[in-house]
Design a protein around this ligand. Structure first.
Ligand SMILES: [Zn+2]
Ligand SMILES: [Zn+2]
Length: 338
């Protein structure tokens, strides 16, 4: 079995006893505690920011630092974690690979290998049993839509389940660079908050300058980016348009309001239709800053083998006028399709 074929999962594997093997593995108590810390820390920061607003507004420096750190860490997730590591939308040199993995690790969204394993499982089981964060698995129950949205947005992170990285991300688990960066994740979280704090202190020379940068460019920046990413899991499977064909169960949508904050990941229906495409915002006016970054890296000779979708490929994936909206029984290979 090739490395690529091990990543193409369309149904749970059966055990020797005939039972269906769970795609999930239990999460340890320490991992649950760390997840809570990662989620609650930025939330506390937002409360602190709201309180500090009573005293003073964020300075220009706070805002500039927040935007710069948001762009670096956000694109680390979108171009690195997602389009490079999860879907192999392009080939990167070792330096670019390491830079993107480090940048994504600063985003407080988990270490790279586990993130990719969860995401590949999401594509393999989209909106079916086995999908770690579908909003559609509680249909028929009271408040099912709200419960589904909350589960997809944040609840799934707190359920004490994880994804087997050896099964879902064997290519990353055997890459020594990524294994090291994965282990450095707690340290990189400290760097992510300490970086803007140090810069704030160095530029202003005051403790309040350091504190302002810590709150706005650290905690609030992390909070906003986390929820932009979470909204791709929730809103982009519930609201918006579906101009491209997907599998029957797949409910991924294009949800325009998230374009800036998600850096193009909101064109999620196209992404689920053509998972390996380096560009998600393929139509006129669809902002996709991640695709622009990938194009810049390609022009600079830093990456190669970029999977840009051709007009013919896009046309073949569009929903037909007859209303065909899904290809029943189709197997999605989230790495191989271009
Ligand atoms: Zn999705
Ligand atoms: Zn994806």
């Amino acid at each position: 079995m090739t490395a690529a074929s091990t990543l193409v999962e369309t149904r749970p594997k059966s055990t020797s006893a005939g039972a269906v093997a769970s795609p999930e593995v239990p999460l340890g108590r320490i991992q649950v505690a760390v997840t809570l810390l990662i989620l609650l820390g930025p939330f506390v920061g937002v409360i602190a920011a709201a309180i500090s607003l009573l005293g003073r507004f964020p300075t220009i420096l706070d805002i500039v630092l927040a935007v710069v750190f948001y762009a670096i860490t956000g694109h680390g997730v979108t171009a690195g974690y997602h389009r490079l590591f999860a879907h192999r939308s392009f080939h990167a040199t070792r330096t670019v690979k390491i830079v993107l993995a480090l940048a994504g690790s600063l985003a407080f969204e988990g270490a790279v290998i586990g993130w990719v394993a969860n995401h590949r499982r999401h594509h393999a089981y989209t909106d079916r049993i086995g999908d770690p964060h579908s909003p559609h698995l509680g249909a028929g129950r009271p408040w099912s839509q709200l419960r589904g949205a909350l589960h997809a947005h944040i609840g799934w992170l707190l359920q004490g389940q994880s994804t087997d990285v050896k099964r879902w991300a064997p290519d990353l688990a055997s890459d020594p660079d990524l294994v090291l960066i994965d282990r450095l994740f707690p340290f990189l979280c400290i760097v992510s908050l300490g970086g803007p704090t140090l810069i704030g202190w160095a530029v202003t020379g005051t403790a309040s300058g350091a504190l302002g940068a810590f709150i706005w460019a650290g905690l609030v920046r992390v909070f906003v980016l986390q929820h932009a990413t979470f909204a791709v899991n929730s809103a982009c499977h519930m609201w918006g348009s579906r101009p491209f064909t997907t599998r029957t169960s797949d409910r991924a949508t294009n949800f325009a309001p998230l374009a800036v904050f998600s850096m193009g990941e909101n064109w999620h229906n196209l992404h689920h239709s053509l998972p390996r495409s380096a560009r998600h915002g393929v139509d006129r006016g669809q902002l996709d800053s991640t695709a622009r970054l990938i194009r810049l890296l390609e022009l600079g000779g830093l990456i190669s083998d970029v999977h840009w979708p051709s007009p013919e490929t896009l046309d073949a994936r569009r929903v037909s006028e007859s209303g065909l909206h899904a290809l029943a029984g189709q197997t999605i290979d989230f790495r191989e399709r271009t």
